[in-house]
Ligand binder design. Sequence first.
Ligand SMILES: [Zn+2]
Length: 316
Amino acid sequence: MASRSDIHFQPGVSLIEFQCQYGTEEQCREHLFSLKWPKGYRCPKCGHNLCYFIESRSLYQCRACRHQASILANTIFSSTKLPLTTWFLAIYLVSQSKEGFASLKLRRFLGISQTAAMRIKHKLQMVMKKADDRRPLRGFVQIDDVYWGGKRPGGKRGRGAEGKTPFIAALQRNDKGHPIFIRFSRVGSFNSSEMLRWGQKHLKPSTLVISDGLACFKSLKNIGHFHISAITTGRYNSPDFTLFDWLNTVIGNVKNKIIGTYHGMDHRHLPRYLGEFCFRFNRRFKLDRLLSSLIYYSSQIGPIPERQLRLAEDWW
Ligand SMILES: [Zn+2]
């Protein structure tokens, strides 16, 4: 298990390395080409393996059937008017920053409009969230209910509090109890049907789930998971009660970090920002691979239309 200092002193990717690898439009395009066709060009229509590149339109035309394919289709770069170098630099800045990279800073660094910077930022956050959501948690998973701005350990639970945003906080731990992956998922409220939906999407079959005594968590048993309720009443303040320490620490960290980096954020954007935090946390031992990982998922997740960015309600 890497220590805190191992994580802190990990080398990332230097700006010079980045520029050497992705400094030109051609380099970025070739990289996307290799992600789309890792075994070489293959016509999506007839399967032929030879093509021409039409530079003026940035399209690959099949030599057999003349079908034209774009490497930007089905990626978050489809329909963009910005050069790929701008996108890749944004990915670099977002992936290498430990504290997150606000859109105002992106605007300054990239020399683009605030609207464009915001759009890039939100799309990348959504890529991060979707990338993690593809991998259900498994093994030993602790879960807890969190209200944004609400519950603190030992404090008033505030369940069902008006105007607060409910999330399920989940932490996968390894056999030594160390935290491996975290996930925050927005839910409509804490009830059995929401838990069933959540469990089907976010947990591998037969996961062992530990929670406190909130009744709706028990319904996970109905879809084949093992569930244990730990008795927490009156024990949260006890120094001997450490079962939820990791989870509480992570919840505390995410709150401090997001409040510190993104002042006064609209709660509707929270799922995206939490997705970004989790993506980074879940790859904290692989800082040098964050850049390639984010480029990879940006090319694999599919397009993210504008309207999807506005639909913050349905993002659990
Ligand atoms: Zn063809």
